[in-house]
Design a protein around this ligand. Structure first.
Ligand code: FES
Ligand code: FES
Length: 169
C-alpha cells in the first residue's frame, strides 16, 4: 500500500528542517528515530510524565502527543538545542547538577525544557510558580527539592547580575 507523506518545514534547534513525514508520525518518533535526537525521552506516551517535553515556539509540549506535521512552520527546540556541544551546559542544567536535582536522569531533559521555558518568561519565579511549571514532569527519584533549589539558585544569580548592572549605571 502506498504511504502518503506530508512535507514538513520547520526550524529545529536553530536550523531549517525540511522532511517528508507520514501523517501518523509523532514528533517524538521523528526526533528520536528519524533524526537520532535521543535526548528527548520516552516514558508514558500518553502525556502524563513529561519525559518527552520539547519547546514548540517557546512553549513546553509533550512530543508524544503532537503529530510531526503539526509542527509545520514552527520552531522546535530539544534538549540538544538547549546545550549544543560547543556551548556547554545551560545555567539551569549546571544548577541542577550542583544542587543534586537528578539521580537516574531519565526525567532530566524534560525537566530542563520546562524550567528553561519558565525562566525565560519569569526570571525570578516563586516556589509556587516553579511547582506549577513542573506539574507535567514526573520524577520518580529526587523528590523535586533539588530542582526547586536549582531554580532558586539561577534566579538569585540573575538578580545579582541585574543588581550589579543597575549599580554600574
Ligand atoms: S512520554 Fe510523553 S508525556 Fe510521557
Ligand atoms: S532523576 Fe530519575 S526519574 Fe527523575
Amino acid at each position: 500500500m502506498l504511504e502518503t507523506t506530508i512535507g514538513l518545514q520547520c526550524i529545529l534547534n536553530g536550523d531549517p528542517l525540511s522532511y517528508a513525514v507520514s501523517p501518523t508520525r509523532r514528533l517524538l518518533d521523528l526526533l528520536r528515530e528519524d533524526l537520532r535526537l535521543t535526548g528527548t525521552k520516552i516514558g508514558c506516551e500518553v502525556g502524563r510524565c513529561g519525559a518527552c517535553m520539547v519547546l514548540v515556539d517557546g512553549h513546553p509540549v509533550n512530543a508524544c502527543l503532537l503529530m510531526a506535521y503539526q509542527c509545520q512552520g514552527r520552531t522546535i527546540e530539544t534538549i540538544e538545542g538547549v546545550s549544543p556541544p560547543a556551548s556547554g551546559l545551560h545555567p539551569i542544567q549546571k544548577a541542577i547538577v550542583e544542587e543534586g536535582g537528578l539521580q537516574c536522569g531519565y526525567c532530566t531533559p524534560g525537566m530542563v525544557i520546562s524550567l528553561k521555558a519558565l525562566l525565560e518568561r519569569q526570571p525570578c519565579p516563586t516556589r509556587e510558580e516553579t511547582e506549577e511549571a513542573l506539574c507535567g514532569n514526573l520524577c520518580r527519584c529526587t523528590g523535586y527539592e533539588g530542582l526547586l533549589r536549582a531554580v532558586a539558585k539561577v534566579s538569585t544569580q540573575d538578580s545579582d547580575v541585574s543588581d550589579n548592572q543597575q549599580e554600574a549605571e
